[in-house]
Write a protein that binds this ligand. Structure first.
Ligand code: ADP
Ligand code: MG
Length: 252
C-alpha cells in the first residue's frame, strides 16, 4: 500500500532523511518512534506530498507521490498540481494540533473536504460525516464548535475529518502529544478501532505501550535513518542497537 524507496531529503545542508526504504502492506499498522528531530514528521509529510524530496520514490496504492520519471536524474519531474491533489486524497493525515476550523461545527469540519474537494452533495457528505462522528464516539457532538469540545474530542473530530475523504492510508503524527494525560486513551482507542477495521496506518507516537500493543511493525528512526525494524515484541526483546535501548528507557 505504501512503498518508500531510497528517499533522501535535505533542508539546505541539513540532510534529514538518508536513503530511507520500507513498505507498508495493506491493513498493516506501522509505528514510527524516535527522538525529536530524527525526521519522523518530515517522512510523513513527504508521503503526503506536503514536502518535496530530492531523491527516491514514494508510491501510495501504486501511484507515485509527487514525481515521475525515475528516482533521480534529469527525467525526474514534479507532477502537476492536479495529480498531486488527487494523490493527496489517498492518504489522510492528522497532526498534533488538530487544526479544526474554529468557526465551523464538528460536522461542518468533517463535511468540508468531501463537499469542496470531491464535490459530494451536502446531504451525502453530512450522512457520511455523521457515521464517522459516530465511529469516533462523537455522534452527540456533531453540532458543537471546537471550543465546546475537549482536546481529545477535537482530535477525534480531526480523525473523522481525515476519514471523510475515504483515504487508502492514514498517517498520524503525534496525535496525542498535545493532550492532557487523561484524554490520551480515548484517542488511542480510536486508532485501535481503525486498526481492527483493517485501516493501513503509519503512526508516529511516543506511547510505547500502545506501540507494543497495536503495531504490526515498529520502526525506530535515528538521525534520518531507520535503525530498528521489526515486530514490536522482537524489537523490544532483542534490540539491535544501544540507541533504541537508551531511547525506550526514558519511557519506562
Ligand atoms: P521529528 O518529527 O522526528 O521530530 P522533523 O521531521 O520534524 O523531526 O525534523 C527533522 C529535522 O528537519 C530537524 O532537524 C528539523 O529542524 C528539520 N526541519 C524540519 N522541517 C524543516 C523546515 N521546514 N525547514 C528547515 N528545517 C526543517
Ligand atoms: Mg515530529
Amino acid at each position: 500500500m505504501i512503498e518508500v524507496k531510497g528517499v533522501s531529503k535535505s533542508f539546505g545542508s541539513n540532510q534529514v532523511l538518508k536513503d530511507i526504504s520500507f513498505d507498508v502492506k495493506e491493513g498493516e499498522v506501522v509505528v514510527l518512534v524516535g527522538p525529536s528531530g530524527s525526521g519522523k514528521s518530515t517522512l510523513l509529510r513527504c508521503i503526503n506530498f506536503l514536502e518535496e524530496f530530492q531523491a527516491g520514490e514514494i508510491l501510495v496504492d501504486g501511484a507515485a507521490v509527487g514525481y515521475s520519471g525515475g528516482t533521480s536524474g534529469p527525467s525526474r519531474r514534479r507532477q502537476s498540481e492536479a495529480d498531486v491533489a488527487n494523490l493527496r486524497t489517498k492518504a489522510g493525515m492528522v497532526f498534533q494540533n488538530y487544526n479544526l476550523f474554529p468557526h465551523k461545527t464538528a460536522i461542518e469540519n468533517v463535511m468540508m473536504g468531501p463537499v469542496l474537494v470531491n464535490k459530494d452533495s451536502k446531504a451525502d457528505a453530512r450522512a457520511h460525516g455523521l457515521e464517522l462522528l459516530a465511529k469516533v464516539g462523537l455522534k452527540d457532538r456533531a453540532d458543537h464548535f471546537p471550543s465546546q469540545l475537549s482536546g481529545g474530542q477535537q482530535q477525534r473530530v480531526a480523525i473523522a475529518r481525515a476519514l471523510a475523504m475515504r483515504p487508502k492510508v492514514m498517517l498520524f503524527d503525534e496525535v496525542t502529544s498535545a493532550l492532557d494525560p487523561e484524554l490520551v486513551d480515548e484517542v488511542l482507542k480510536t486508532l485501535r478501532d481503525l486498526s481492527n477495521e483493517g485501516m493501513t496506518m503509519i503512526i508516529v507516537t511516543h506511547e510505547m505501550q500502545f506501540a507494543r500493543d497495536v503495531a504490526d511493525r515498529l520502526l525506530f528512526f535515528y538521525q534520518g535513518v531507520i535503525i530498528e525494524d521489526g515486530p514490536p515484541a522482537e524489537v523490544f526483546a532483542n534490540p539491535k542497537t544501544e540507541r533504541f535501548q537508551t531511547f525506550v528507557k526514558r519511557f519506562q
